[in-house]
Design a protein around this ligand. Structure first.
Ligand code: SF4
Length: 371
């Protein structure tokens, strides 16, 4: 059995850590690219979600490098994510790519079935080893996310433009040559230290923008055309509430181990959307409210064309915008998205936020001076 998995931002680092520590044979697909998207678009139904198309491209490129089994998370609805596993299996097999799909998520609360899948993945079931590997993988995922958050803070403040990206991109490439959670953690620590040593403008106060939306398009830098880096280059500090480690903890681990879930976004979204309708729609609404409460200057919602939960969220966001006095920009992505138009919209939004902030500051000064 030779495992592969789909790309989604930095998840390949987490998956690599897990598979290295389980000593499983695997292939990391080539990074997301136009080629992967074209392959996936060729085989996927036209109206299927963009992530499914890119993922199919990943599987087929990995198949060509010898992979025969796809490891994914998910497998239950209520949106189309519930069909990803079966759809991918059928599309691959119908087109002569003989691959099996293994989903790592508690199937309808069935712990026995979950353990069977772990056994299949690891070739045995050594409980202490499974616990250790899962713990180490979770640790890696948290460190990967905190390194990414450090780049969010450092980019707008860097003195030499592009210096954070240079260090971070080297890390994302070089990590492919590192093996096991221990070495991966060491490499993350080294990268963190390199970023901390970069010259930054400590007095600069950037605009702050919260990124919300569908998980894949918000996390995957190829798909969202490196929005974190683009905003950072414009002097904007971003934050994204949805993270890989959060996904692993909230949706996989807490489904197995009964532990209190993070419901802050649910509480915040209650006046607008009181039920889970699939995908991350509730998180989109709840996190937008939370960002507004934290004093962020704006919100950017990103989602793939035809994503049902985010279409619902988009229709609710004007109420959040009005009630919480925070501007929202929605960006919808598909395989036809052109970079120039995308950047123009982001630049126009940032200009609007800057002017708004200036007006506010002038107003505050006038009030304080009593004029
Ligand atoms: S969340 Fe949206 S993009 Fe993701 S599977 Fe569901 S409908 Fe598709």
């Amino acid at each position: 059995m030779k495992i592969t998995f789909p790309h989604m931002g930095n998840t390949y680092i987490v998956a690599k850590s897990l598979l290295d520590d389980f000593e499983v044979d695997y292939v990391i697909p080539p990074f997301n690219s136009k080629k992967a998207l074209e392959i996936g678009t060729k085989y996927a139904p036209e109206m299927s979600c963009l992530p499914l198309k890119i993922n199919l491209g990943n599987y087929i490129e990995a198949f060509e490098e010898g992979a025969d089994t796809v490891l994914i998370t998910g497998g239950c609805g209520p949106c189309r994510f519930g069909y990803y596993c079966e759809m991918s299996r059928e599309i691959l097999n119908d087109n002569g790519f003989n691959m099996d799909i293994l989903t790592l998520e508690l199937p309808n609360g069935n712990l026995k079935e979950f353990m069977k899948r772990i056994r299949k993945l690891t070739g045995g079931f050594n409980i202490p080893k499974v616990i250790k590997v899962v713990k180490d993988t979770l640790h890696v995922s948290k460190k990967v996310d905190s390194l990414e958050k450090l780049t969010f803070k450092a980019r707008p403040r860097e003195v030499k433009k592009g210096s954070v990206d240079r260090v971070y991109k080297d890390f994302q490439k070089d990590i492919l040559n590192v093996k096991g959670s221990k070495q991966i953690l060491k490499s993350i620590e080294n990268t963190k230290n390199k970023i901390m040593r970069l010259e930054i403008d400590k007095d600069y106060e950037p605009l702050k923008v919260g990124i919300v939306g569908e998980i894949y398009t918000t996390i995957d830098f190829f798909t969202n055309l490196n929005i974190d880096s683009k905003l950072g280059g414009m002097g904007v500090e971003v934050d994204r509430a949805i993270t890989v480690s959060g996904w692993i903890t909230e949706h996989i681990l807490k489904a197995i181990i009964p532990y209190r879930k993070d419901i802050s976004y649910k509480e915040a979204s209650k006046p607008y959307l009181g039920a889970m309708i699939g995908g991350h729609a509730q998180e989109t609404i709840g996190n937008s409210v939370l960002y507004a409460n934290m004093g962020y200057d704006g919100i950017i919602q990103i989602y793939p064309l035809t994503c049902m939960p985010e279409i619902v969220a988009e229709s609710i966001l004007p109420s959040v915008e009005r009630d919480h006095d925070i501007p929202v920009l929605t960006l919808i992505l598909d395989e036809m998205t052109g970079e120039a138009g995308y950047i123009t919209r982001i630049e126009a939004f940032i200009d609007l936020l800057k002017k708004r902030k200036e007006r506010r500051e002038i107003g505050e000064e006038l009030i304080l001076s009593g004029n």
